[in-house]
Design a protein around this ligand. Structure first.
Ligand code: FMN
Length: 205
């Protein structure tokens, strides 16, 4: 039974982009979500030198403002809808992008994941990969708590440095790998169907 329930939980999770800012995320749920993060597999190059910074209220609003200085935050959503069949018929996503640009989706909680800088490119990749394992753990635990989540990625060094400094860390030591939105969604996003053909390949000889 657990096998089926786990798969159902994985399939039920969606990336939400429109939250109720005043939805309640109770402390126990949030603690379990962060506990799920630190139980992700981690690579030996960073060990447990990662950081998960939970932002609420004023700190959340200030961070959201900084993150939105990176235009790729909105560009990601635009490219996603422009290049996929899910955006074709209904142009309501244009309004979604506009709203997202005002308050980063409006979730009451943001979790910023900080990775350790490492001059070695391969080690750095491991550090980022470990954080993404933690991301999936948090997303699934969020679903299990009856809450919704969203992923925010970015590619501006300038913004990343500013966010790291705002969080009280040295940008020479840490950089943000992603930010998660956590709260109750006001809109449920469409399910994006997953391809199986030529994606999952079994080989026995
Ligand atoms: C590496 C990575 C980066 C992502 N960055 C963003 C992002 O910046 N903004 C966003 O809205 N969603 C982002 N997503 C979420 C994907 O767009 C989303 O998972 C995909 O569209 C499938 O939708 P679903 O999660 O609802 O099944 C990201 C996902 C991954 C794995």
């Amino acid at each position: 039974m657990l096998a089926k329930q786990t798969l159902d939980l994985i399939k039920r999770r969606r990336t939400s982009r429109y939250f109720d800012k005043y939805s309640e995320v109770n402390k126990q749920s949030l603690e379990r979500i962060l506990e799920a993060a630190i139980w992700a597999p981690f690579s030996i190059y960073q060990l447990q030198g990662w950081k998960f910074i939970v932002l609420t209220e004023k700190a959340r609003d200030q961070a959201a403002e900084i993150i939105l200085e990176d235009p790729t935050v909105l560009k990601y959503i635009r490219v996603m809808y422009e290049n996929t069949s899910w955006g074709e018929d209904d142009k309501s996503w244009l309004k979604l992008i506009e709203d997202f640009g005002k308050d980063l989706g409006g979730a009451p909680v943001l979790v910023v994941a900080l990775a350790l800088h490492d001059p070695n490119k391969h080690h750095r990749r491991h550090n980022i990969a470990s954080l993404w394992c933690a991301a999936q753990n948090m997303l699934l635990q969020t679903s299990a708590e009856g809450l919704d989540s969203g992923i925010i990625s970015f590619i501006s060094d300038k913004m990343e440095d500013k966010l790291t400094k705002f969080l009280g860390y040295d940008p020479k030591e840490y950089f943000p790998a992603y930010v998660l939105n956590i709260g109750e969604a006001q809109k449920t996003p469409d399910i994006v169907p997953r391809e199986k053909k030529d994606v999952i390949i079994f080989k026995s000889e």
